[in-house]
Design a protein. Structure first.
Length: 145
């Protein structure tokens, strides 16, 4: 029974983390547009939204994903790590963690009025986690190797 509870809460945390991962870069796009338009009130509003999303939702959900995922792994640590699909999945999760902290760095730069990227760059950046999501779900469900 413990396994099912861990798995259920792990999936809920994943959904929350990905929602934030998809939305924060979208806010960066709107923030960049507001800068270009000279919308000072909009820029300040985006700074607040980005900070609250990153600190209040994205960080806690990532921590929950990692703790619950570790709990699931601990139920059969050697068995899971011996499977290729899990090794690939964990490598993708590591990339997602890097992306997460990259988002945090971008959020801090925008909050300090240091925008180094164009709206187009943020649009491409926003799409990167989609590929991770697709592959992680396929690996977890199909377990091809």
């Amino acid at each position: 029974m413990t396994y099912l509870w861990l798995k259920a809460f792990h999936i809920m945390a994943i959904v929350t983390w990905f929602a934030a991962i998809f939305y924060l870069p979208r806010l960066f796009i709107y923030h960049t547009q507001a800068i270009k338009e000279g919308d000072i009130k909009g820029v300040e509003r985006f700074k607040t939204m980005e900070r609250k999303l990153y600190r209040g939702i994205m960080n806690p959900s990532m921590i929950a994903v990692l703790l619950l995922g570790t709990g699931l792994l601990s139920l059969n640590f050697e068995g899971y790590l011996a499977q290729t699909w899990m090794q690939i999945k964990l490598a993708l999760v590591a990339l997602l963690i890097i992306y997460h902290f990259w988002c945090g760095m971008l959020q801090r730069h925008l909050a300090a009025d240091r925008n180094d990227h164009s709206e187009t760059w943020y649009r491409f950046f926003n799409e990167l986690p989609v590929f991770v999501l697709i592959f992680v779900v396929l690996l977890a469900i199909i377990k091809p190797w």
